[in-house]
Design a protein around this ligand. Structure first.
Ligand SMILES: *Cc1c(COP(=O)(O)O)cnc(C)c1O
Length: 423
């Protein structure tokens, strides 16, 4: 197997395993197709990358070069974006519990968008901005009563969660009015994020319709909404059963709905922003592991399931344990024409739930020392990684045109021991 013009065996000789390989041209192309798809609608649009999916200065620079801005929700994400040279104006800061020091730092850096999540936060950002003698540009995070995940969406009663201000009980409207009375805050518009790994466009459409409807009500109150941020959530293919939405069709559909609803409400079409994370970085990442212990187990029905242990696990990919995620895996160091055997790829942690790929077929001649490649691990794997069982977190290597470079170096045992003053 080769990725970005490099044989994975050559990469592993240099990096060891586990390691995540990121295909630079794949990331850039995904970012570009986002900016292109929205630009092609002719509307005023902006694309923000959701940094939580995976953030490192190298990636932030690639995305900036492709015309994508960055969204962050902690000081750590903010500092990485800044060190990458992203101007504050191109950073959006969201999250339900930004600390005072995080807000103060964001104000100091001139962060371009604060997504305000609660009444307390409105007061907090207003006070800190007033102290700093600046005006903070804001969006109100609105819960529109839509929750979407994968193949379904639910269009009622999902205000019962920690994020945002609800449309249904009037708190979003009250929040907007509150902001408009505070001289250190400038309201730009509204923000909504309905879920993740979405394949059904209906959830986005309902959210867009409700947000524009709300903007129409605000216009009657004399408040103009100049920006509508519809969040992220576009699904990607983890297995051949997944059928992602076509980006260009999706962009067209969303912009069309916003235009139509704006016309009906007799308000100008606001700038439309989106915040993809997974869709930009997910498909471009592949995790390589070395096979260790292989154990066949005969099930009650006579079928044999072979447990294939790898040198990582839930510490570098928690998604299977956390969300029942599915992945595609293949042998990466050689070609085999052996028969396929039913396998479960498991990690080295002390949990029976430490599964990376629940069900898959691998060649019956699989042996310790073989390399396995798990596809589409670019999003929410390294960014959610832990040091469970004192495992150092794996490195991330970029490949482009047959060249290898370090995005994040692998942690070492010394990194871990350095945290313990007694060690
Ligand atoms: C997580 C998140 C995103 C990105 O979601 P993806 O599913 O990775 O596209 C965008 N916006 C907000 C506010 C989020 O919390």
């Amino acid at each position: 197997m080769a990725i970005g013009g490099m044989a994975v065996t050559d990469v592993v000789r240099e990096s060891g395993t586990p390691v995540m390989m990121l295909d630079e041209s794949h990331v850039r192309a995904a970012a570009r197709s986002y900016t292109d798809a929205y630009a092609a609608t002719g509307a005023d649009t902006a694309v923000y990358y959701a940094g939580k999916a995976f953030l490192a200065t190298t990636v932030a620079k690639w995305l900036q070069a492709e015309g994508v801005r960055i969204d962050v929700c902690t000081r750590g994400e903010l500092e990485i974006a800044v060190r990458a040279g992203i101007p504050g104006a191109d950073i959006l800061f969201h999250g339900n519990n930004k600390s005072e020091s995080e807000i103060a730092r964001a104000l100091e850096l001139g962060v371009g968008r604060f997504v305000l999540d609660s009444f307390q936060e409105i007061a907090r950002v207003a006070a800190l901005a007033a102290d700093a003698g600046v005006t903070a540009q804001c969006l109100i995070r609105v819960t529109v009563g839509v929750e979407a995940h994968t193949h379904e969406f639910i269009a009622t009663a999902h205000e019962d969660q920690k994020f945002g201000l609800a449309l249904s009980d009037g708190s979003a409207r009250e929040a907007v009015h509150r902001v408009s009375t505070l001289p250190s805050l400038e309201l730009l518009g509204l923000h909504s994020h309905i879920g993740s790994q979405i394949f059904d466009p209906a959830g986005f459409e309902v959210a867009a319709r409700r947000l524009v409807g709300f903007a129409g009500e605000l216009a009657v109150d004399g408040i103009e909404v100049t920006e509508l941020n519809l969040g992220g959530g576009m699904g990607i293919a983890y297995t051949s059963a997944d059928d992602p939405l076509d980006l260009f069709r999706m962009a067209d559909a969303i912009v069309e709905i916003v235009r139509k609803e704006c016309e009906a409400a007799d308000i100008p079409v606001p700038r439309i922003a989106v915040e993809p994370g997974r869709a930009i970085i997910g498909p471009a990442g592949v995790t390589l592991y070395t096979v260790g212990t292989i154990k066949p187990v005969e099930l009650d029905n006579g079928i044999v399931r072979t447990f294939v242990s790898i040198d990582g696990g839930m510490s570098d990919n928690i998604r299977t344990a956390l969300y029942d995620a599915e992945y595609t895996v293949t042998v990466a160091n050689r070609v085999s024409d052996a028969e396929a055997m039913l396998c479960r790829v498991v990690g080295k942690h002390c949990e029976s739930g430490d599964i990376v790929v629940r069900d898959c077929w691998l060649p019956a001649d699989l042996a310790p020392g073989d390399l396995l490649a798990v596809a589409a691990t670019g999003a929410y794997c390294r960014s959610m990684a832990s040091n469970y069982n004192q495992l150092p977190r794996p490195g991330v290597m970029a490949v482009a045109d047959g060249r290898l470079s370090t995005v994040l170096r692998a942690e070492t045992l010394d990194d871990l021991l350095a945290l313990d003053p007694g060690a």
